[in-house]
Structures are given as C-alpha cells and as structure tokens.
Ligand binder design. Structure first.
Ligand code: PLP
Length: 478
C-alpha cells in the first residue's frame, strides 16, 4: 500500500486493509502500554479551561490527513488534557473501569456498526442484549418476570421508568398529555436524574416530593406514606416512588420492603435506582440490598459503574414490559417486518430507535471474569473501604460521617468546610489521586469511592497517606 493509495482511500471509501492493520496494531500497542503504565499519569490534568481548544485548529481540515498524524496529535494534544478515569487512584464520584476484554468488545462493536432498532435489523444484537440482561438478572437474584434491556445511562433508564409509571397511572397521557396532576416520590438523597425525569416528562419539580431520611440517610417510609395520603386527599394522583439502593452522596439503601408495601397499598409504580450499589447483590452476603425488589416494577443497575464494563452500559429491568411497550411502541410502515409477531423489537420499549451493540462488552466482561471473578473484586473493594474507614477513625483529625456499606467512604477533616475544600483541592492537584466532595447535613465532606478494577490495597493505603500528609501541611493542628 503506497501513500498515493492511502490518500485515495482518504478521499472516499474505507481505509485500506494494510493501513488499518498498521494503525490498528499501533493503537492496540498504545492501549496496552497505557493500561500497563497508567499510574505514571497524573489522575487529573493540570490544564486550564479553554487550553485544549486553543491548541486545536478552529476549522476541520480541507483535505484528509494520515492516521499517523492523527494518532500523534491524540498523544500530544488530547492525552495531556485527559482525566484518567481508568486510573487505579481515581476514586471520585463512583469510579469506573474499562478492562481489556471490554476494550476489545468495543472495538468489534465499532467495526460491525450494527444498529439494533428491530430484531431484523440485527438479530445478534437483540438476542444477545436480552440474554446478557437475563444473565445479569440471575446474578442479581431478580425474579424471572423482569424484562431487561440496555440503555446508555441510569438517567435514561430512570426516565423510562417514570414514563412507564405515568402511563400506568394515566393512560390518557399518551394522546392528550397531562390532564391529571401526577406526583413522584423519592428521598431527599435521590439522584438528580429523578428531577430531570420529572422535568422532561412534564410532571414538574413541584410534583416531586423529596421524602426525609433517617439518621443513616434512608428514606423514611412513614413520611412517604403521609406524603402520598396528603396528595391523594388534595386530589392529586400519586404515581411513582423511586427508592435508591446506594445513594450518590453516601451510598445509603432505602428500605425496599416497607416502601414496596406502600407502593402496593396505594397502587403506585415502584422504581429502584440501584445504579451503583445494586451490583453488590451478586454477592450472597449482600443479597439483602435488594430484599423487596420482587415487588418493584422496575430497577436500574449500571454495569458501567461497579461491574467493570466501560461507559456506557445501564441495564433497565421492568416487571411490566407490557406497560413499557404501551408507553413507547409506535410502528411506522417503514419499520414493519415479517418477524414482528415472533421477535422482540427493542425499539418498542424505549425512546431511541437506534441502538448500539452495548451487549457485546457486557458479554465479554461477564464471560472473561465470570461470577466468581467479579465477586472477588467487589469483596476486595469493600474490604479496602472498611480498612480505609478504620484508618480515618484512628486519626483524631478525621471522622467518618456515614455508614460504610459498600466501597464508598464519606469522611471529613475535623475543621472548617474551607479546610476540607482545600484538602480536596490539594489531593486532586497533586495528580496522585482523585477524590470528590459533597454536602452532608450542611457540611462539606469528602468521598473516596473504590471501584476501578486495577485498584490495589497499596493504592488505597497510598491515598490515605497522601491525605494525612497534606492535612499536616494544611493545618497547624496536624
Ligand atoms: N443514580 C445514582 C444513584 C447515581 O449515583 C448516578 C450517578 O452517579 C446516577 C443515577 C446517574 O447515572 P448515569 O450517569 O448513568 O446517568
């Protein structure tokens, strides 16, 4: 393959085979080296806002460029502005992973570029998606009635849950829009995606009740019931409860059993947001986190959070797929096929028509690690979180401020909010680790979320020593 042919390929048509192989091997070599040496990178970059933009041309190229040139710019321009989410010392938000088998699956999915709108538009995509969702359902101990499919994010999954709940309580909404005042309930610790769902669906934030929590940050069922009664007595239509298994700030678990009972008694849809912590239910000793879920109507769990599948991969389960279908099935003539009555067309259960092959990476990861492999990693993460919490408690300058149920430790330096913000800033600016912060009971607190597949106990220990070190420099009491 000579340069002239490569140029010709860039003028239209596929990259030539030899060129693709050459660049492909180089990209795989780069990826393998990156995964091996990722600790050498600062976890977050030291760039200023707008810095990368200034280094990039204002206009796209007139003529095609060589792939070597593009890879070179990737290395020189993009990499220095990366936050390394795949770094074992990335412990902010909920940390995530992209392991080798998933990277290969993503490459193959991009190669195939199939679109799973309908069974017919790609039987392998549709069937594998249903099969891996079913495999994961079994790992989580969910009943067989739960129909599972994959969305990009938990925000999308929850949007679909609330949309189904809306049709469940007010079928007219499909034709006439809202004529009744629907109300949604979630704890005051629920994720902002619930707010976004009620905004997007036109239910409105004024009709989202934030139910108070107890001292362990769990929704209080008696407060939930009172709120439902108040709305019902006022002529409103209580519609959906969103319970969270693993809240974002502190990973608390709402009590599903009494909440499910209330949902049944008042005929509300119950959605469970288990985006992060429902994954723990694959461990027999953590099955309790989903106790009561068999009475829920839907649940979301994100393999892209704590099941080592790269973003994006959110599995949405619904026990009433017929309602989901009622909410979303519209079949224009150009999408009708001869297999419609025999096969599942995933477009019937969701807003998007186009659907990428996310199931492939979940399949690769589930098969490569197996249940016991993944269980082992989760157990390690949780054991190290307990150890970290113990170290925090042993240092009189710090305190743990929420129960440590999973792999998240919420803690603070016993100083002002400003001290804690400074500490976080110094840890993150060091490039040696990344943590995040949140507010709890009006105070700024720090979050260490273990979740990357490459994290070791030594990483967790090193992060704690870094925090102790920086605390000494920050505080005269240190
Ligand atoms: N629900 C919970 C409990 C979360 O913690 C998060 C994100 O951290 C979300 C939902 C939103 O997840 P996604 O980014 O997949 O929309």
């Amino acid at each position: 393959m000579n340069m002239a042919d490569e140029k010709l390929a860039r003028a239209g048509g596929h990259m030539a085979k030899e060129e693709f192989q050459r660049a492909g091997y180089a990209a795989v070599d780069w990826a393998a080296r990156y995964l091996d040496e990722v600790r050498q990178y600062p976890v977050i970059p030291s760039v200023r806002p707008g810095e990368l933009t200034r280094r990039l041309p204002e206009r796209a190229p007139e003529n095609g460029e060589s792939v070597e040139r593009i890879l070179e710019d990737f290395q020189n321009l993009i990499v220095p502005a990366l936050t390394h989410w795949n770094h074992p010392r990335f412990c902010g938000y909920f940390s995530i992973s992209s392991p080798g088998p998933a990277i290969l699956a993503e490459m193959l999915a991009a190669t195939l570029n199939v679109n799973g709108m309908l069974w017919q538009s790609c039987p392998a995509l549709t069937e594998l998606e249903l099969v891996v969702a079913s495999w994961l359902r079994q790992w989580l101990g969910l009943p067989a009635q739960f129909f599972g499919m994959i969305h990009d994010t938990a925000s999308t999954s929850t949007l679909h849950a609330v949309a189904a709940a809306r049709v469940f309580k007010d079928p007219e909404v499909l034709e006439h829009g809202h004529r009744r005042e629907l109300v949604v309930y979630a704890s005051e610790h629920a994720h902002s995606s619930i707010d976004k769902a009620v905004i997007t669906l036109g239910i409105g934030r004024a009709n989202l009740r934030k139910i108070p929590v107890d001292s362990a940050y769990r929704m209080r069922p008696e407060e939930l019931e009172q709120a439902i009664r108040r709305d019902r007595d006022a002529g409103r239509v209580p519609c959906c409860i969103v319970a969270t298994v693993g809240t974002t700030s502190v990973a608390s678990v709402d009590p599903l059993v009494p909440i499910a009972k209330i949902a049944r008694n008042y005929d509300l849809w119950l959605h469970v947001d288990g985006a992060y912590a429902a994954a723990a239910a694959i461990l027999p000793e953590f099955r309790w986190v989903l106790e009561g879920v068999e009475d829920a109507d839907s649940i979301v769990v994100n393999p892209h959070k704590w099941l080592f599948v790269p973003i994006d991969c959110s599995v949405f389960y619904c026990r009433r797929p017929e309602i989901l279908r009622r909410a979303f099935s519209l079949v224009p003539a150009y999408l009708r096929t001869s297999t419609d009555s025999q096969a599942v067309n995933l477009m019937d259960y969701a807003v998007p028509l186009g659907r990428r092959f996310r199931a492939l990476k979940l399949w690769f990861v589930m098969r490569y690690y197996g249940l016991t492999g993944i269980q082992g990693i989760l157990r390690n993460h949780m054991a190290w979180a307990q150890e970290f919490a113990h170290w925090v408690e042993q240092d009189a300058r710090f305190e743990v401020v929420a129960p440590v149920l999973f792999s998240l430790v919420v803690f603070r330096f016993k100083g002002t909010d400003e001290d804690n913000r400074n500490l976080l800033e110094h840890v993150n600016r060091s490039g040696k680790a990344f943590l995040s912060g949140t507010e709890l009971a009006g105070r700024f607190v720090l979050r260490l979320a273990i979740g990357n597949i490459g994290t070791t106990r030594e990483d967790v220990r090193a992060i704690w020593e870094l925090i102790q070190d920086l605390a000494c420099k920050l505080s005269p009491r240190g």
